[in-house]
Design a protein around this ligand. Structure first.
Ligand SMILES: Cc1cc2nc3c(=O)[nH]c(=O)nc-3n(C[C@H](O)[C@H](O)[C@H](O)COP(=O)(O)OP(=O)(O)OC[C@H]3O[C@@H](n4cnc5c(N)ncnc54)[C@H](O)[C@@H]3O)c2cc1C
Length: 396
């Protein structure tokens, strides 16, 4: 039987697997999805866990639940190596195992580099997955339970992750919080629209978040952070440092005998096939994929989601002797959450809205992006009935 192996069950891999299972197969191939975690993570909502606006089951459903009745097999294991010549993947599922493939999809995403600055790997907390959230949450809980008057949090990186986290943490800590956002650029949200940036700047200042621009973090210890400004440096006391800067890839990916770009992402053809390997596809954060104008596509869920549709089609086409299609990305806009019940949205980069309407628009748009209609239905009805349940609880 033909076997398709998909490595990584994130926005690229899980959605490719689901799309593949819905295509018209004469004989259904074996579709195997491999992930080291037992659950998918809808990363854009990870910030909502910090403020308890959402719960884990809403944003991180298990693969077992999502893949029930799809025919897709799930293997929980860590991919440790790929042999393109032997067409096989080495996976650690508690013990080493080997899976042969006819078609392979690489979608294990990227990682946050914690070695850019002295002390960061020991003392700073990244924010990319559920384990990072658990770490951040326990640290915040400890600080909240302490007798400290103020809780000083330093966030490295003024991209969307840093800005969104700063607003959520400031809302969680309220008057006790002293949140500082540090970026080496002269502005936050360097890749966003001017309107989104202005709204975000206002949201940060309304929450009393201090923003240090043109500033580099040069050292991190368990209780201090050293900041280098254009005209000197300063070492400040902090209680917690969150690191959102940079992108890197696992050693395993970096060592693959394929073409990488300068950042280490895997070079692909416009059909999403890995250059030099027609039976291997690469999508999502780990793929270096160019748009029609030759610009590198951003590492976003939006790109990975759109690639998953083309990738599934092209895998199907390659197994059914049909022509492959060229991936074409359509930027739909951007949502940035700004504290509890707040957000800013730019639609097609042209129209902007903010505040509660943007918050609900973001929630609704992301609801439609949830992986299966069953999960959409489950959380959609929960969101609708939650205010009624809360009202009922208050009245009894
Ligand atoms: C906090 C946060 C918020 C974000 N918000 C947004 C947003 O609002 N909008 C947006 O467009 N993008 C957002 N992004 C970016 C978006 O999450 C990524 O671009 C997207 O997830 C990339 O999809 P992917 O499939 O390449 O990787 P991922 O979604 O990261 O999936 C990779 C999967 O591979 C698995 N894996 C990794 N290594 C291995 C291994 N060796 N073996 C087995 N499994 C492995 C992981 O467990 C994971 O499930 C956000 C990212 C973060 C961290």
């Amino acid at each position: 039987m033909t076997r398709i192996c998909i490595l990584g069950g994130g926005f690229g891999g899980l959605y490719t697997a689901l799309n593949l299972s819905r295509l018209p197969w004469a004989v259904m191939p074996e579709i195997i999805l491999i992930d080291k975690s037992d659950r998918f993570l809808f990363t854009p909502f990870l910030y909502e866990l910090v403020t308890s606006e959402m719960q884990e089951w809403e944003i991180a459903p298990t693969f077992a639940e999502l893949l029930a009745d799809t025919g897709i097999q799930f293997v929980q294991g860590l991919v440790t190596n790929i042999d393109f010549e032997a067409k096989q993947v080495e996976v650690n599922i508690g013990q080493p195992d080997v899976l042969k493939y006819d078609r392979l999809v690489l979608a294990i995403g990227a990682e946050t580099p914690m070695n850019l600055v002295d002390g960061a790997s020991e003392y700073a907390i990244p924010f990319r997955n559920l384990n990072d959230f658990y770490r951040l949450n326990s640290k915040l809980k400890l600080l909240e339970a302490s007798n400290r008057d103020k809780i000083r949090v330093c966030i490295a990186g003024g991209g969307s992750s840093g800005v969104e986290l700063a607003c959520k943490i400031a809302d969680r800590l309220k008057d006790r919080g002293r949140v500082r956002l540090v970026d080496r650029n002269h502005k936050i949200l360097a890749n966003s629209t001017d309107t989104n940036r202005k709204i975000a700047e206002l949201a940060l200042s309304q929450r009393g978040v201090w923003t240090d621009l043109n500033t580099k973090i040069s050292q991190v210890t368990d209780r201090e952070v050293t900041l280098d400004y254009a005209d000197g440096s300063d070492t400040l006391p902090v209680d917690m440092i969150v690191w959102t800067v940079g992108t890197t890839f696992t050693k395993m990916l970096q060592n693959l005998p394929v073409k990488h770009n300068h950042q280490g992402a895997i070079a692909t053809e416009s059909t999403l096939q890995v250059k030099g390997y027609a039976d291997v596809f690469a999508i999502g954060d780990l793929a270096s994929c160019l748009d029609a104008n030759g610009y590198l596509l951003p590492a976003t869920a939006q790109v990975a989601f759109q690639q998953s549709q083309y990738c599934a089609w092209n895998v199907w086409a390659s197994l059914n002797q049909k022509p492959l299609v060229t991936f074409s990305y359509i930027p739909l806009g951007e949502f940035i959450s700004l504290g509890i019940d707040g957000a800013t949205a730019s639609i097609f980069g042209k129209f902007s809205i903010d505040g509660l309407p943007a918050h609900w628009m973001r929630k609704f748009a992301y609801l439609l992006r949830m992986p299966t209609s069953q999960h959409q239905w489950k959380i959609g009805t929960y969101w609708l009935t939650k205010p009624l349940i809360q009202l009922f609880r208050k009245s009894v």
